[in-house]
Design a protein around this ligand. Sequence first.
Ligand code: GDP
Ligand code: IMO
Ligand code: MG
Length: 434
Amino acid sequence: MALQIIVGAQWGDEGKGRMVDWLASQSDYVARFNGGDNAGHTVTIGSQIYKLHLLPSGIIHPNTIGMLGNGMVINPKSLLEEMDLLRAAGVTITSERLRISHAAHLITPAHQALDKAMEAARGKDNLGTTGRGIGPAYTDKASRSGLRVGDMLAPNFIDRLRSHIEKANHSLGLYGAPTLEIAPLLTVFESQCKILTPYIRDVSAELHQALASGKIVLAEGAQGTLLDIDHGSYPFVTSSATTAPGVLTGLGLGLDAAQNARVIGVAKAFQTRVGSGPFPSELSGELAGRLRGTGSNPWDEFGTTTGRPRRVGWLDGVLLRYAARINGLTELVMTKLDILSGFESLRICTAYRIGDMTLAELPFGQADLGSVEPVYIELPGWQADLGNIRRWDDLPVQAQGYLRTVTRLGGVPVRYASVGPEREQIVEVPALER
Ligand code: GDP
Ligand code: IMO
Ligand code: MG
């Protein structure tokens, strides 16, 4: 079995896209298993910056096949726009190279309108969703009234779509939000769906076959562990399984596929979060500004999907250890190590204080995250620019020390560190003691 899994070990935007791109050159299939166009995965190749929302990041490599699994929620309009953008950038996208699971769910304009209306109704307690209709689409899935990709092929699809929008209009009315005009929406949505027909496949069966014949399948996670519907900082989460076990249900693979799987957790060298919710090691003021950047560089901390400034803070070792456990990580990738250059000293959160108790783990997972005080260790910083470094031996000893500490705290070896957004800006890390 040759299943490799890449998941976010924090609150998303860890740099999964660039690592998928790195590993995709040796993969036959790259498969998304969760989420939808709430994801924004950046791949930088020279002056070309690709921002992928629905298509697997590996699609940029000409020899990989992209799969959109049943665990996803897919907005046909966004998908078609993204396909066009990538084609314009020279990437070949045909039904030979891209397959969409018949069992993935559709996101309609009604889901998007509901997402926005529900956020508005939450007022100051909003979740800070991406407004892409993710929550309402997964709600319909769980309540067994969703529209699936395979349904587009049925003769009664348009009737089902109409009754879905009528129902959504009723709910929008209750929220005091504008309702949708049904007839034009049906025509446009149906024509978008038709274009996608040749891409619909049994993704589960094809991937099973691929693994059985020794092919390499790379599963590309969206969002991150702390946004997982079950294991994240609920309710400030997304609506899907973002963690490694979600690969199996989200692609239709059995437990046998997970045996000996490589499970790679991607974590930034510091912590970021976009949207609402607890963030124990959050920084504000000048330090935050240094980690976030001003927005003048493409890699500064502003959302790939929404452009919102990301909240930033010191690396949280408690949450990293938690991510290692929930995902069964076999290795870690630490991205954006270059951003830590120039600090006199650096901090990593190693435990939490609640009252007079100091805890290395949260007693109920994420439940109490809003009420903890972080406990930090301080590490020496380094001044050198890391952007041109490609070998472990050339990293400043303080940067090596930082990665050793991360390995020890996370309980999982850091296998790669990235020192810039470009494809080649990666340093392989030798085996470090846990
Ligand atoms: P994803 O959602 O996990 O794929 O991450 P995003 O693409 O949303 O955000 C990561 C951002 O960091 C992107 O702008 C990447 O180009 C950038 N990036 C990734 N790795 C590095 C790195 O090592 N150094 C720097 N400076 N930028 C990086
Ligand atoms: P990638 O794959 C960072 C966050 C939103 C919000 C919460 C719920 O690029 O890492 P949703 O629209 O999913 O209902 O929003 O989840 N969120 C992300 N944050 N990276 C992402 O994806 C995210 N996808 C959703 O900001 O807090
Ligand atoms: Mg992102």
